[in-house]
Design a protein around this ligand. Structure first.
Ligand code: ATP
Length: 353
């Protein structure tokens, strides 16, 4: 098993910078998700790792050795694409063992390996089927088995779930995670789906406009986002503009205490961040860290309710456990309390417009 390291990697297409200069480290045996909106450079980054795109600058190191000069074939990384890219004229087993045939592996070994891989992805009885006879989820498993045929050191997947419907996607996310953990193979998955990244990854690399915004565990990214972009890309976020003080932050004429001030100096423009599920709603004014507001929207999701409030400091969202007994209606006036330990200061957001 080898770590994969990108050092000073950059990619331009003519004048357009698809990936600004960056360093990245992928730990051996772990699953890393490259997460970001459409066009942020995820696929470009994956294609550079795969050897399908040459970096404009920088090194790609596998176990400390520079592999930038190796072609995609020479790297022998396993790849699964969004479209699966299976061969419709070959049966399932032959799809799986295709790369072994190209590599000159004998027929007996090929057949044994295909059987083993189809068992691994729970398709042992489908070896003789045609690709067109399989469901989307089964085709995806064939694509995974095929990519693993040559025992790659690195496993790369580009939006592997996006062609599947929601239920199947959930199942396949779990299957992929279990398979990856069982094999302990260093894996990189491109996705624009934050839930998917949170479900499957040990580490998430959040990207935006060719830049790396944050690298961290799902917990770190969710609870301690580096900036407003990461905070709002990973689920709902309350982001309120204010100024740092010696003990917290002022939002207009309200002062909030925070547990950690980060590196901000008193007077700096900052954004206060709090997840909706941390906000408490009360009828009676709490002693501090609260904003008074009017309910503008209620979304009942059964297990939880999302309550939107307009306050003097901005629009906020609270997520509270669903309950039969309590009714909150549009127009109600409530206090939103922000527990001190759930608040973080982030760099000020760029001015709107
Ligand atoms: P998506 O989720 O939509 O696939 P992505 O995050 O994977 O998006 P990339 O496909 O890496 O994004 O593209 C990043 C940017 O680079 C885009 O603006 C894209 O138009 C541009 N780009 C990608 N490949 C090329 C190319 N061969 N020539 C010119 N521009 C390109």
């Amino acid at each position: 098993m080898s770590d994969l390291e990108l050092s000073g990697i950059r990619k331009n297409f003519g004048d357009f910078v698809a990936m600004h200069k960056a360093d990245l480290f992928f730990e051996a045996g772990k699953l890393t998700a490259l997460l970001g909106p459409s066009g942020c450079g995820k696929t470009t980054l994956l294609r550079m790792i795969a050897g399908l795109e040459a970096p404009s600058e920088g090194q790609i190191l596998l176990g400390g050795k520079d592999i930038a000069s190796l072609s995609a074939e020479q790297r022998k990384f396993g790849m699964v694409f969004q479209s699966f890219a299976l061969f419709p004229h070959l049966n399932v087993a032959r799809n799986v063992s295709y790369s072994l045939r190209i590599a000159g592996v004998d027929a007996l070994t090929r057949r044994a390996r295909a059987r083993e891989l189809l068992e691994l992805v729970q398709l042992a009885d489908k070896g003789n089927n045609r690709i067109g006879e399989l469901s989307g989820g089964q085709q995806q498993r064939v694509a995974i088995a095929r990519a693993l045929a040559q025992e790659p050191v690195i496993f790369l997947l580009d939006e592997p779930m996006s062609a599947l419907d929601a239920q199947l996607r959930n199942d396949m996310q779990m299957e992929l995670r279990l398979l990856q953990q069982r094999l302990g193979i260093t894996t990189i998955v491109v996705t624009h789906d934050q839930r998917e990244a949170m479900t499957i990854a040990d580490k998430i690399v959040v990207m935006s406009q060719g830049r790396i915004e944050q690298v961290g565990t799902p917990q770190e990214i969710y609870h301690k986002p580096a900036n407003g972009f990461v905070a709002s890309f990973i689920g709902n976020a309350n982001l309120l503009d204010g100024r740092a003080t010696n003990s917290g932050v002022t939002l207009g004429d309200t002062h909030f205490a925070v547990a950690e001030r980060g590196g901000f100096a008193s007077g700096d423009r900052v954004t206060l961040f709090c997840r909706p599920e941390a906000v408490r709603l009360t009828e009676v004014a709490p002693s501090g860290n609260a904003l008074k507001g009017m309910v503008t929207f209620v979304r009942d999701e059964g297990i939880a309710r999302e309550i939107h409030l307009d306050t003097g400091a901005g629009h906020i969202i609270a997520e509270i456990p669903g309950s039969f007994n309590e009714t909150i209606r549009i127009g109600d006036r409530l206090h939103a309390e922000f527990p001190v330990e759930t608040l973080h200061l982030l760099p000020a957001r760029p001015a709107a417009g």
